[in-house]
Design a protein around this ligand. Structure first.
Ligand SMILES: C[S@@+](CC[C@H](N)C(=O)[O-])C[C@H]1O[C@@H](n2cnc3c(N)ncnc32)[C@H](O)[C@@H]1O
Length: 243
């Protein structure tokens, strides 16, 4: 079993107590349907080294495998699985104050993603695609303060830089679109369309009360100035454009 505490100091200064696997699964089961959807977006605002996010990724990759199996076949097509697995990892977001946890979280998610590809496709994943996934993880798992919504420095102190998240969506066969938004603007604006608001209200009993980036991104921000970066590229080459 994984240790829940690394040191007394880290508990005292950062409230770092890791959640046990049993509780993680019980909590994720409250939103089971969403965790088993390849493209549902999840954000953990104090992600630590990724206890919740890694279990979410495992569930999404299982769903990715099912989606990549053609009708009347038993095995997933490697290329289709690769794309589905990229959608899965690109929909997972995290913030943490401590850089060591952020780095550990990125690495852990990458390892799960990479190993699962090998297990399912019985071969190593293409190197360019690996680089693309590392790039996406560097953008999605951010070293920042989830209360002030600013990036932090190596001591965990707020900088002037706002946290910025990238929205990733497949727009054509092999093309992915990246759109960057400031996190504070996403939270401040009521960007949810009417349909998403209705869905949220109806499903309160179903436990759909997580911080819900998905519905925030469903609507278009009213002010075009909110969109910071936007480009479309081959999904294996996202890392060749911008930071
Ligand atoms: C209680 S641990 C939880 C880790 C993980 N979510 C889990 O359940 O195993 C708390 C984590 O929250 C981070 N943290 C505390 N305050 C934070 C803040 N304002 N913004 C971002 N992360 C924060 C700490 O650095 C630590 O890694």
């Amino acid at each position: 079993m994984k240790q829940q505490v690394k040191s007394k100091e880290r508990v005292a200064y950062h409230g770092e107590v890791f959640t046990a696997e049993r509780e993680i699964n019980a909590m994720l089961d409250l939103v089971k349907q969403e965790t088993e959807r390849v493209d549902s977006r999840f954000l953990e605002p104090a992600c630590g080294d990724g206890n919740f996010l890694s279990e979410i990724l495992r569930r999404k990759l299982e769903a990715a495998k099912k989606r990549a199996i053609p009708p009347r076949k038993k095995r997933p097509l490697p290329l289709e699985y690769e794309k589905q697995a990229v959608i899965a990892i690109a929909s997972i977001y995290g913030v943490d104050l401590m850089m060591d946890n952020v780095l550990a979280c990125r690495e852990r998610l990458f390892e799960i993603w990479d190993k699962e590809y090998q297990t399912i496709c019985k071969k190593e994943v293409n190197e360019e695609c690996r680089e693309a996934v590392r790039f996406i993880l560097n953008r999605n798992i951010v070293c920042g303060n989830a209360l002030s919504l600013k990036e932090v420095d190596e001591n965990g102190n707020d900088t002037e830089e706002p946290i910025v998240f990238s929205e990733w969506s497949f727009v054509m066969e092999n093309k992915i679109q990246r759109k960057d938004y400031r996190f504070d603007k996403l939270l401040a604006g009521d960007y949810r369309p009417k349909a998403a608001k209705r869905k949220k209200k109806k499903s309160i009993e179903g436990g759909y009360q997580q911080m819900d980036l998905y519905s925030m991104w469903e609507a278009k921000p009213s002010d075009e100035g909110e969109l910071l970066t936007s480009y479309v590229t081959d999904y294996r080459r996202v890392q060749e454009h911008g930071e």
